[in-house]
Ligand binder design. Structure first.
Ligand code: DGY
Length: 322
């Protein structure tokens, strides 16, 4: 009897996870670095599972193209805003994701992004490599330090809490956070639960660590950007859609805020002619929050095991229940 089929919609998935899937499935991997919509629509009719990541839209068209054989989507990510949940649910398709395993790695990236933005590491590095470094000059390449500052974290789930734990060791003056309810672990660090508006007004550093959904889309809009301190640094490691990017560009161009460190943006990859590309006070990373080798291997294995669990009609190691 032929094995059920799984389509891996991107290249570069660690071999160990592909081999695990091959024991139970016929595995097909997309042709280019990432499957185009056209390729997916052509390939997936009759497939049991899709192995994907946040840049691959799993919408109604894709799920309908796969047809009734499609039983599982495994996304190699903690975020799943790229999957149409109502259509998935209506069609009895299950969704696996990879929370927890990436928490520390994403928190590490966030701290690195925050420091490199406020302390101008990339600008300074560029100057060194292009002959802009003339001397040790007292105020050249200075940025705002983290010590004694107010740090605000929007969304204090596991990742936000881990960021908070790391940043309190920098001797900050106050930790503010937003969440649906008070978080004892963040309270124990001295964190104060506030509204988004209070947080943006009072923070020197504002970190977005919240999932993207209908309620959080453009949580940072023009109005909230206008409330920020003129030296505030905005860091986003959630999703590009959390920020009204056109408004952010205006605020940066008009020097109404200090800078931005973005691991996520709209669209991804960001076109080379986007104004953000030319700004010295903006650090852009290519969505590498969880990109440590160990974490990515674990994420791939969990994704494979999530898919296998559905074949075995068992609970997934990590399932999105919606
Ligand atoms: C996730 O897991 O959702 C991240 O954005 C990927 O690094």
């Amino acid at each position: 009897m032929s094995k059920p089929k799984v389509f891996i919609a991107m290249k570069g998935v660690p071999e160990v996870a592909i081999n695990l899937l091959r024991k139970r499935f016929e595995v097909e991997i997309c042709e280019s670095i990432q499957s185009t919509k056209e390729e997916m629509l052509k390939k997936i009719p009759g497939f049991f599972g899709i192995f994907c990541c946040p840049s691959i839209m799993i919408n109604e068209e894709v799920m309908k193209a796969a047809g009734p054989s499609l039983k599982v989507i495994g996304t190699m990510s903690v975020g799943y805003d790229h999957v149409n949940l109502p259509v998935m649910k209506t069609n009895g398709i299950r969704l696996g994701y990879t929370p927890d395993v990436l928490t520390e790695t994403v928190a590490e990236t966030t701290v690195g992004l925050l420091i490199s933005t406020t302390r101008r590491f990339f600008e300074a590095n560029h100057a060194v490599k292009t002959g802009g470094w003339k001397n040790w000059t007292p105020t050249w390449m200075c940025g705002k330090g983290i010590k004694n500052s107010v740090v605000g974290i929007i969304g204090c789930g596991n990742i936000g809490t881990s960021i908070a734990k790391k940043l309190v060791t920098f001797e900050i003056s106050q930790l503010l956070y937003t969440s649906r309810s008070e978080k004892p672990a963040v309270k124990a660090l001295g964190g104060k639960l506030v509204t988004v508006d209070e947080l943006v007004e009072k923070s020197d550093f504002i970190i977005l660590a919240i999932a993207l959904n209908e309620d959080t889309k453009f949580i940072i809009n023009g109005e909230r950007l206008a409330k920020m301190k003129s030296h505030a640094i905005l860091v986003n490691i959630g999703r590009g859609g959390l920020i009204d990017q056109d408004e952010l560009i205006k605020a940066l161009q008009e020097k109404r805020i200090g800078g931005a460190g973005l691991d996520v943006m709209t669209p991804e990859p960001l076109p080379l002619d986007n104004p953000l590309m030319k700004m010295d006070n903006v650090v852009l990373l290519p969505h590498i929050g969880s990109a440590s080798i160990e974490t990515r291997i674990e994420m791939a294995l969990i994704t494979a095991n999530n898919i296998i669990a559905v074949l075995d009609n068992k609970p997934m190691p990590n399932e999105v229940h919606c």
